[in-house]
Ligand binder design. Sequence first.
Ligand SMILES: NC(=O)C1=CN([C@@H]2O[C@H](COP(=O)(O)OP(=O)(O)OC[C@H]3O[C@@H](n4cnc5c(N)ncnc54)[C@H](OP(=O)(O)O)[C@@H]3O)[C@@H](O)[C@H]2O)C=CC1
Ligand SMILES: CC(=O)[C@@H](O)[C@H](O)COP(=O)(O)O
Ligand SMILES: [Mn+2]
Length: 391
Amino acid sequence: MMAERKRISILGVTGSIGRNTVSVMESLGVERFETVAVTGNGNIAGLAGAARALGAQVAVTADPSRLADLRAALAGSGIEAAAGGDALTEAASRPADWVMSAIVGAAGLAPTLAAARTGATIALANKECLVAAGSVFLAEIARSGARLLPVDSEHNAIFQCIAAERDCPIERLILTASGGPFRNHTRAQMAAVTVAEAVAHPNWSMGARISIDSASMFNKALEMIEASHLFEVTPDQIEVIVHPQSIIHSMVGFRDGSILAHLGPPDMRVAIGHALTWPERAALPVDRLDFARLGRLDFQEPDEERFPSLALARRAMADGGVAGCVLNGAHEVALDAFIAGQIGFLDMAGLVAQTMDRLDDLPVAHDLEDVFAADAAARRVGRELVGRFAA
Ligand SMILES: NC(=O)C1=CN([C@@H]2O[C@H](COP(=O)(O)OP(=O)(O)OC[C@H]3O[C@@H](n4cnc5c(N)ncnc54)[C@H](OP(=O)(O)O)[C@@H]3O)[C@@H](O)[C@H]2O)C=CC1
Ligand SMILES: CC(=O)[C@@H](O)[C@H](O)COP(=O)(O)O
Ligand SMILES: [Mn+2]
């Protein structure tokens, strides 16, 4: 008798994580899965291609102006086409067993919560959900009974390290950071880097925005806040160590001095496959580590002078309330402005810091409306500040 097929939706199927998710499904056999919904934004050919490859029920673009293009791309397939924010939420709400949350940025928050409210298991790649909405997001997850499986490589690594240690308190979480392409740049060199240089990650193949965030270490800043929400630790238990090879994906220290680490090739199919087949492990066609060839693993202290984003994360965690939401909203504005050539690479941290200064008295968020209000305020202030940095 054929085993019941797992019902899957992929939010952000056209992106780096989305494509890797499709690749993992293909390597496991797409016939094992029933694909409910796939979503994208501007990449209509990619969206229609994924929908056809997986035999999805519905494909949704977030961009309403692209509905006709999507319909044309899906012609003859029998797959429903839809567009816009409400359609995205409706598709995310369709009953599924497992939903990959891989839309980039805070735009992923509403669809991810829509999926969580159905009680589906949420494979969470989108770190901005936790950074922006933190306890409100977790309260909604708890209410829905949905299970959260971290996909971000560091958090997936920690999840794997603590799986057998349920009753042992964590002493420290050690997040590894590659240090990005500017690991050894001086501040003067960093001030002049281009978008093309910032996007060129030394180890991982990822979307443009997270690649630039790795270069500024804003990615690690977001991940510190993400870890503070996912695991039972206080901010001072979260450490960052630069590990240029990206082979150790993170470590957990316990009170007896033991440290458990998760190692693997820098390939997101490992974390995605782990979340997709959890609590089992399926065979994956990824490179196997060859330690003799690696020869060594290096570590260095992160330099918070050159990477001020890390101190901003510590400040957001200490401030609590909506500080993470303000950091995230301002950071998304700063990143857009850097990509558009309006501000320099180092201005991003300055813009976020000034936005946090100006919005340090916002009320604590009790619900999603409060979160969206704080996010909107951060973006408004951030956009005002872009002009000043652009001068
Ligand atoms: N890439 C990686 O290896 C890792 C990524 N992550 C996290 O996973 C998330 C996705 O990253 P990544 O795959 O690199 O990003 P990509 O930029 O490659 O893909 C982003 C996805 O989101 C869609 N999208 C963009 N804007 C919107 C919007 N306004 N509304 C709805 N959908 C939208 C894109 O659609 P389209 O392409 O059609 O425009 C695409 O499907 C991020 O939060 C990132 O931090 C975490 C760990 C590793
Ligand atoms: C693959 C993944 O999870 C990314 O977040 C990655 O960790 C980025 O590398 P950095 O360590 O350079 O931020
Ligand atoms: Mn990561």
